[in-house]
Design a protein. Structure first.
Length: 170
């Protein structure tokens, strides 16, 4: 996270997505990652539905949102997380959308406890969106999370199809 934040601080209007990614990857290594496994990125209107795509030569513009999905290894263990940031300053609408996503995330995190099937977390996520009148785009993957460890993507999948009960230490 520290490496990704350092990369965000260098991002500026006029930079290409590829340049931002290079700064982020280098900053992640400088912050202690052994290697960066992947770092897809997207930005700008019309591109927010591109998932897991390599960054392009598209130049950032003021008001763009940059989305990055980061996976790096430290001492043989993988992490996988994503972050967003606004170029220059976030608009009031972007700030509101961010607050809603944080609220949704908090609601789901509050449901996590031993014995709860991960499929129930996915179902609650869908219900939380529905309560707010938010349609989930059709291109969203069938899961909202997964385990990580010696592999970047490990079971369980937080999805309707995976009924694995949560256990302490997962």
């Amino acid at each position: 996270d520290a490496g990704l934040r350092a990369g965000w601080r260098r991002a500026r209007a006029g930079m290409a997505e590829r340049e931002v990614r290079q700064h982020m990857a280098a900053s992640m290594i400088e912050a202690g990652a052994d290697k960066v496994g992947f770092l897809p990125m997207t930005s700008g209107p019309g591109n927010y539905t591109r998932f897991l795509m390599d960054p392009t030569d598209r130049r950032l513009e003021p008001g763009d949102i940059i989305w990055a999905d980061a996976g790096c290894s430290v001492n043989g263990y993988w992490s996988d997380f994503n972050r967003i940031a606004a170029v220059d300053a976030a608009s009031p609408e972007q700030r509101k959308a961010y607050r809603v996503v944080r609220e949704l995330t908090s609601e789901i995190l509050d449901k996590i406890r031993p014995g709860v099937p991960v499929s129930e977390l996915a179902a609650e996520n869908a219900r939380a969106h529905q309560r707010r009148g938010i349609a989930v785009p059709g291109n969203i993957p069938g899961r909202i999370g997964h385990g990580s460890g010696l592999d970047m993507t490990e079971p369980p999948s937080v999805a309707a199809f995976d009924h694995t009960p949560l256990q302490a230490g997962m």
